[in-house]
Design a protein around this ligand. Structure first.
Ligand code: GDG
Length: 462
């Protein structure tokens, strides 16, 4: 089996099973199975810039974790700047939140060069290289410039934007060429891949042959690889005896219907709109007063970016408004917490919730929706209320699909979920669980890696 090298923005501490990012859960599975290297930013910031950043390697469970500290300037320009104030909002179709600065773009390319310079000497002839996400789009170009000839794949965890939005980026053409420097580019859904091919055609006059792009002196394969979860693990977690936190929650509900949402606190997740919809639900259906509790778990992220402090304030205000208007001395309809919860406990909370409310405005995939389904009791499953703009909406067809901008529509779906018969809940749940068992995170990794290695054979024949 060929060794795998994974590169992602952040590398969690070896052996640390806690994670609150969808990406790291999946990558660790692939690496531990094949052996290899996981390289990325340590998350640490050096106050003084050294001439060449140092890499630290720790071996754990068959994997070399290679981490690099960044400088304050790197963090500001590459991470907080170009990646999270330009690419993230734009790729989530929020041009109003997108800020572009040439200095930050230069920092983005500089950090990609740093990673490439550290990685290149570690690469052996037969290794396959798998780069993750929007922070690292230029990495293959930087590695190629250093003479790395290995197969290099890229997986985009977030959406690819519509062509007219992508062209808002002043360096859009350079990024597109960077992407074609990969042998394989994976997207979460077909519409995201179609956005990229439409851009190539409209802006660069490059046609794709099926999923093959031949341009800028290279041949690149495109594909759709919807990411998934470790379904068996989640089922196991959910079936284990309930943790004390889950028991405390259950006791505090006093028989009320629980609607649960779990999101990184991010403006793409549609949390204020969701809370407004809960308010509308309580306004339209007063019979649910004191019979319904919504729990929103939203650990804070990217706190250095002003839009993230803003979304926290917005969510707290929205929750306060609904609680002030509908709450009573012994009942607050919305519980909002910024604390992070352990994965096993999370599975119990999903199972305790009659409704999983997952309503992002735009989301590459959304693993929470899949985890919610996997954690349900097959004999008495809950109902998933899911945004049609989550990548997972294309797979989880048994969910009640909603438009998160349509507050009345979401309120209506919440009522439908509360009233749904057990028979209908089971008939919606069963095919979704079957699907998640067949297409779990292992299958996702295997499919991507298989395509990355298989296409080498095809390229050699051609
Ligand atoms: C990006 C894309 C894509 C959340 N809170 C806690 C916690 N979490 C875990 C969830 C889930 C993960 O974080 C979140 O993953 P999502 O997929 O929902 O969203 P993003 O973080 O935005 O991930 C997304 C994903 O990459 C993978 O490709 O699906 O579209 O935006 O696993 O359970 N975990 C724990 N405590 C928490 O409080 N333990």
């Amino acid at each position: 089996m060929q060794r795998l090298i994974a590169i992602s923005n952040r590398v969690p501490k070896p052996g640390d099973r806690y994670t609150s990012g969808g990406l790291s859960v999946a990558v660790r599975h692939a690496l531990e199975r094949r052996g290899g290297i996981w390289l990325g930013w340590s998350g640490e910031v050096q106050e003084t810039a050294e001439s060449e950043p140092k890499a630290v390697t720790t071996r754990w469970n068959n994997v070399d974790y290679v981490t690099v500290d960044l400088t304050r300037r790197d963090e500001e320009e590459y991470y907080n700047g170009f990646a999270n104030r330009a690419l993230w909002p734009l790729f989530h179709h929020r041009p109003g939140l997108t800020e572009f600065a040439r200095r930050e773009m230069a920092g983005y390319y500089r950090v990609n060069q740093i990673f490439a310079r550290i990685l290149a000497p570690m690469v052996k002839a037969n290794d396959i290289i798998w780069v993750h996400d929007y922070h690292l789009i230029p990495l293959a170009s930087e590695l190629r410039a250093l003479g790395v000839k290995n197969r290099i794949g890229f997986f985009l965890h977030i959406p690819w934007p519509a062509p007219e939005l992508f062209t808002i980026l002043p360096n859009h053409a350079r990024l597109a060429v960077n992407l074609v420097n990969y042998d394989l580019v994976g997207f979460q859904t077909k519409p995201f891949m179609d956005n990229f091919t439409a851009y190539l055609k409209e802006e660069m006059n490059v046609s794709t042959q099926g999923c093959v792009v031949e341009a800028f002196g290279r041949i690149s394969q495109l594909g759709v690889y919807p990411i998934s979860i470790d379904t068996e693990e989640f089922v196991r977690f959910a079936e284990a005896p309930a943790s004390s936190i889950a028991r405390r929650l259950e006791a505090s509900l006093q028989g009320r219907t629980l609607a649960l949402s779990v999101d990184r606190l991010d403006y793409s997740k549609g949390i204020p709109q969701r809370i407004d919809a809960i308010g509308r639900f309580l306004e339209l259906y007063p019979e649910y007063h004191n019979r319904f509790t919504a729990l929103q778990i939203a650990p804070t992220t990217r706190e250095a970016i002003p839009e993230y402090a803003e979304i926290n304030r917005e969510v707290a205000e929205a929750a306060g408004r609904v609680n002030g208007r509908f709450g009573d001395i012994d009942w607050a309809p919305i519980r909002y917490i910024n604390k992070s919860i352990g994965r096993a406990t999370l599975a119990h909370l999903y199972r305790a919730a009659r409704i999983g409310v997952v309503t992002p405005l735009r989301d590459g995939m959304n693993l929470v929706s899949k985890e919610y389904v996997a954690a349900q009791d097959p004999l008495d499953p809950g109902v998933l209320v899911l945004s049609r703009f989550a990548g997972s909406a294309r797979e989880l067809r048994g969910a009640l699909l909603v438009n998160p901008y349509d507050i009345d529509g979401v309120a209506h779906a919440l009522r439908g979920a509360c009233e749904m018969s057990r028979e209908e809940r089971i008939s919606r749940f069963e095919p979704m669980l079957q699907h998640l068992k067949a297409y779990d995170v292992h299958r996702w990794c295997d499919d991507f890696i298989h395509a990355l290695t298989r296409d080498r054979a095809l390229a050699m024949i051609a």
